[in-house]
Design a protein. Structure first.
Length: 372
């Protein structure tokens, strides 16, 4: 039985052309901090990767900081922002745990945290956001697109609103690369988090874009790497892979988003036609490959396991939370009951997904749900 991967939002496999680029970096012996020839070669390769990422994002190379992934970028943005005593950090209720758990930790350290509610469709509630912004807020963090529902947030409007009030805006754009235009990702934000493994690049490499005017304190103490803010010998193969995968994702973006959205819509219409009581979670603009569905079953966990046995990879909530039996915090924030959230699964299509995969997956899912 052919396995069908409908869990691309959790991670993607390394593109072979990216691996090829990375192998050149693995072959380099030098440490980029060394002053000899091998060191200079390694530094040049790292800086070429940084410039490539900066050009794609339409920011300066000096604004691109390599990290170990989306989680680290989110931690850095929230933990190291310069703020006065008593100033709040506001985060949306549907952020990834990399943001939410960091905010919870900050709260324990005495930093006032505001949680921004979302509407039933999954976008941030604007009137409540405006109320929060009337207070003493240092930074707002709202993700570009949600990892569970794929719902795209109005980050342009949020960024403009924050900037009118002199408030910094951080956005976690980890899920958006390859779906939304690269140049738009940093257009209205002061800080932007990205992660290589979500767009067919390597795992363990990410970027935090820190615009020039933003003051972030040092995140890792040690050497002078990443302009003295994030110490540690740089992951050059990772940076090279990140840049190569990002360039490839951007070059394929228009064709792939159209192809994948059509497949996703075909998948959903087959399921809706066969399963009365099925509901979609999330309204409005969505990432092309995401489909978050509430099934007419009692136990989503059992459904997920039965689908696994039927050769389908899907997910309940985010990959990082999938060990937990708690219903998704994202769906609860959108107003679903615990039962509805627990009966919901995320399917996410990707570059390798074909029409045959979609038709076969829909058939298997319908059969499993009808047998429950
Ligand atoms: N932010 C979002 C929206 C994500 O989807 C993820 C990963 O699932 C992360 C952050 C964490 O990224 P990483 O796995 O690179 O640490």
């Amino acid at each position: 039985m052919k396995r069908i991967n409908l869990d691309h939002a959790a991670t993607t496999s390394l593109d072979p052309s990216v691996l090829q680029e990375m192998s050149k970096a693995f072959a380099l012996p030098g440490n980029p901090s060394a002053l000899h020839n091998s060191g200079r070669e390694a530094r040049a390769m790292l800086e070429r990767a940084r410039s490539k990422v900066a050009a794609l994002l339409d920011v300066l190379p000096g604004e691109v900081y390599f990290t170990s992934g989306g989680t680290e970028s989110d931690n850095w943005a929230l933990r190291c922002i310069a703020r006065d005593d008593g100033q709040q950090i506001a985060v949306s209720a549907i952020e990834h745990h990399a943001v939410l758990h960091t905010a919870e930790w900050l709260k324990k350290q005495g930093v006032p945290i505001a949680i921004l509610p979302v509407q039933p469709g999954g976008t941030v509630d604007f009137s409540l956001l405006k109320e929060t912004l009337a207070g003493n807020v240092a930074m707002v963090s709202v993700m570009t697109a949600n990892n569970e529902t794929g719902v795209i947030q109005p980050v342009e409007e949020i960024g403009l609103l924050c900037h009118e009030k002199g408030i910094l805006f951080h956005t976690d754009a980890v899920q958006a690369v390859g779906a939304l235009q690269a140049k738009a990702l940093c257009a209205h934000a002061d800080l932007v988090s990205l992660s290589g493994h979500k767009f067919y690049g390597p795992k363990g490499i990410g970027v935090l874009v820190i615009r020039r005017h933003v003051k972030l304190t040092r995140f890792m103490h040690g050497g002078a790497q990443e302009r003295g803010l994030r110490a540690g010998t740089e992951n050059i193969p990772g940076a090279v892979g990140f840049a190569a995968a990002f360039a490839l994702a951007e070059s394929l973006r228009e064709a792939e988003t159209e192809r994948i959205a059509k497949l996703r819509d075909r998948f959903e219409s087959q399921l809706f036609a066969a399963l009365p009581g099925l509901r979609r979670n999330g309204e409005g603009a969505r990432l092309p490959g995401h489909s978050n569905l509430c099934f007419p079953v009692r136990d989503g966990r059992a459904l997920l396991m039965r689908l696994d046995m039927a050769g389908i990879d899907a997910s309940a909530g985010s990959a990082c939370a999938s060990g937990s039996t708690e219903p998704s915090h994202v769906l609860l924030a959108m107003g679903l009951s615990r039962e509805e959230a627990q009966a919901s699964l995320r399917f996410s299509l990707g570059r390798g997904t074909t029409e045959d995969d979609i038709d076969e997956a829909a058939l298997r899912i319908i059969r499993v749900v009808q047998s429950m």
